[in-house]
Ligand binder design. Structure first.
Ligand code: SAH
Length: 218
């Protein structure tokens, strides 16, 4: 699998190069690439998909949900500009793959998932991999994680129709949020939101994307 993982990393590096006009850069932070090369993605997909674990595409993980494409995980993580001491909120744990990547780059990850089975499976999977700095909770990501706030960075891995207010409130000044925004199925864009010191928001659209919808009331 190590070879397949290396090939996946190379594919991501190439795709970053092809999409440099969107990203405004030709290479991602080497720490993000290192994390991508370290997390055993085959442990995050159902056994019947293990052979495809390192394909650069999303895969089904049950409950109508998917594990995100490695390129997208890498780009979203890079946009967060994580520092080793950062605390991160992830909305949409899914199988826990992105959380495992974030855990290598930040001090603590709080991850919230609306499907109870996915939340408990991800928590167990991360524990079995010895990843101790991720806390997974079942709940509605629209409400964020008030007790853990404020966060240095927030990443949302399901598409919201607009920027959820509670998440903006739970972001620190100088904090970064990455979120797909748009209607169900199409016309979504990956948006980078930076909160300035005075609380004002700077918003930039990065890439066209296709995410599962964020479900209210989880
Ligand atoms: N982060 C995952 C991607 C998961 S797909 C990865 O590493 O691959 C998006 C996830 O968001 C799904 O598991 C879905 O159940 C979850 N989700 C949808 N609406 C949500 C909400 N309101 N709160 C929390 N999670 C939500």
């Amino acid at each position: 699998m190590a070879e397949a993982r290396l090939a996946m990393v190379r594919t991501v590096v190439d795709e970053v190069l092809w999409t440099n006009r969107y990203l405004g850069k030709t290479a991602l932070d080497p720490r993000v690439i290192e994390a991508l090369g370290s997390v055993p993605r085959e442990r995050f997909v159902p056994p019947e998909w293990a052979d495809s674990a390192y394909d650069n595409r999303p895969l089904p993980i049950g409950h109508g949900q998917t594990i995100s494409q490695p390129y997208i995980v890498a780009v979203m993580t890079d946009l967060l500009h994580l520092e080793p001491g950062d605390r991160v909120l992830e909305v949409g744990t899914g199988c826990g793959y992105q959380a495992a990547i974030l855990a290598r780059l930040a001090a603590q990850v709080c991850s919230i998932e609306t499907v109870p089975e996915l939340a408990s499976e991800a928590a167990e999977r991360l524990k079995s991999l010895g990843i101790a700095n991720v806390e997974v909770r079942h709940g509605d990501g629209y409400l964020g994680w008030p007790e853990g706030a404020p966060f240095d960075a927030i990443v949302v891995t399901a598409a919201a129709p607009s920027l959820p207010r509670a998440l903006v409130d739970q972001l620190k000044p100088d904090g970064r949020m990455v979120i797909p925004i748009g209607p169900r199925g199409s016309d979504q864009e990956l948006v980078l939101v930076c909160k300035e010191k005075d609380g004002s928001l700077d918003r930039r659209s990065v890439l066209p994307v296709a995410f599962v919808p964020m479900v209210p009331g989880g």
